[in-house]
Write a protein that binds this ligand. Structure first.
Ligand code: AMP
Length: 418
């Protein structure tokens, strides 16, 4: 029986895993530099955590969750996103009775049973960040700026930031009502999903990508006609912060995001180079979610970046960057292997990447392998070199050539070359 990975779920190995490691390193640097601590939560949670947070009428919950009963019949789900788990962990371990200020980030796999296509997978990775117990609009601006900073540091160009305010519990009901009044007479023009959502979640219709729904909602009242004074002030504060942080944005009053818990700020980073799945990252404020999930009344804001999409946008030279110098040790014969075995370890301790293959005998095959692995130098030691006490060091990149180096001086020789 031959097995292959499950549809929409992929192995990540060499050479592209180097890109993943680079992205993770930069994300950690940026986020830890801003006082975020890593949070690692389980990939399995109670299903209800997601139905109650992401929302019963959202695509994610209605159609895409991997849910199943465990052996005792308890309903579990593979996490489709990271915020709900972060909130659950915050309430469980970190929230003081009145709420405690906390900054978390996470990097890990999420699961959605979507139809796989380019940029859309059933297991995909997100880098997410969440700030708990801050309602200040500059916190929103800062978190948006941090996502932008990760893209900048990775050399990703042409990303557009769209911003919106979704109002709050106070002002959204009136907007919802106005939208319903506008949409009800157009119901027959909406797609099946949107017809179903009309009474339950009309705002989502604005986000539908189907042509008929886009046409039907053209001219619909916008949230800006209904924002309360506090929401306006907050929205303006976020924009002021983004301007101070020199983070360019556009306002898109139709952008509502696919999760129900957002309030006030919602944002999305888009890239024209991603094709049909053009959303690189998204996020927003979720001021009622902690309370709704049984915690203290703590406002919060966060983002999630899709790693596969981020990696597909990396400039092509990125795979070469940051790789340490590589040395390949070609031992010809058992005596040479015995002699060089401890030197391999010494060189690694000195910070070099050192490889060999004890099962290859001929110099030709060893050199071929060294070339394939992209090594910078090959240390060649056979009987002659053992006798003379001098290894041959062959440069594989740049100015090629061979230099004799005493066996006892190999460490010193390479220490200068790291
Ligand atoms: P969301 O959690 O839906 O707000 O999505 C945040 C980001 O995760 C998106 O902007 C995408 O980059 C990424 N993402 C969401 N769903 C998928 C998927 N099925 N496959 C790959 N990336 C995804």
């Amino acid at each position: 029986m031959k097995f292959s990975s499950i549809k929409g779920m992929h192995d990540i190995g060499p050479p592209e895993v180097a890109l993943w490691q680079r992205v993770e390193r930069i994300a950690r640097e940026v986020l830890e530099g801003a006082g975020f601590s890593e949070l690692r939560t389980p990939v399995l949670e109670e299903e209800a955590l997601f139905t109650q947070s992401v929302g019963n009428t959202t695509e994610i919950v209605e159609k895409e969750m991997y849910s199943f009963p465990d052996r005792k019949g308890k309903l579990l789900a593979l996490r489709p996103e990271g915020t709900a788990s972060a909130v659950r962990a915050y309430i469980e371990h970190y929230a003081a009775p009145g709420g405690a200020y906390q900054r978390f980030y996470y990097i890990g796999p999420m699961f959605r049973s979507e139809r796989p296509q380019k940029g859309r997978y059933r297991q995909f990775f997100q880098i997410g960040a969440e700030v708990f117990a801050s309602s200040h609009p500059f916190t929103d601006a800062e978190i948006i700026h941090l996502a932008h900073e990760i893209f900048q540091r990775l050399g990703i160009q042409g990303v557009i930031l769209q911003l919106n305010s979704l109002g709050c519990k106070k002002c959204r009901p009136a907007y919802r009502e106005a939208l319903l009044q506008f949409l009800r007479p157009l119901a027959s023009k909406l797609c099946e999903d949107c017809q179903r959502r009309l009474e339950r979640n009309p705002l989502r219709i604005l986000d539908c990508k189907k042509e008929g729904c886009i046409a039907a909602t053209t001219g619909a009242p916008t949230v800006f006609d209904h924002l309360c004074e506090e929401c306006w002030a907050h929205f303006e504060g976020v924009q002021q912060g983004l301007k101070r942080l020199k983070t360019p944005y556009e306002i898109n009053p139709r952008m509502v995001r696919g999760l129900d818990y957002y309030e006030r700020t919602a944002f999305e980073f888009l890239s024209g180079e991603l094709g049909a799945q053009n959303s690189l990252a998204g996020g927003g404020r979720y001021d009622d979610l902690v309370k709704d999930l049984g915690g203290p009344p703590v406002p919060a804001v966060g983002f999630a970046i899709g790693m596969e999409r981020l990696i597909s946008l990396l400039p092509s030279q990125a795979s070469q960057e940051g790789a340490g110098k590589k040395v390949y040790v070609a031992c010809l014969g058992e005596a040479a292997q015995r002699e060089l075995l401890p030197i391999l370890s010494d060189l690694r301790r000195a910070g070099l990447t050192v490889m060999t293959d004890f099962d290859q005998g001929s110099l030709k095959s060893l050199l071929r392998q060294a070339d394939r692995l992209g090594t910078d130098w090959v240390i060649i030691v056979g009987e002659d070199e053992l006798k003379s006490g001098q290894a041959q060091v062959k440069a594989m990149k740049g100015e090629k050539g061979q230099t004799p180096v005493p066996l006892s001086g190999l460490l010193a020789y390479f220490q200068g070359k790291k």
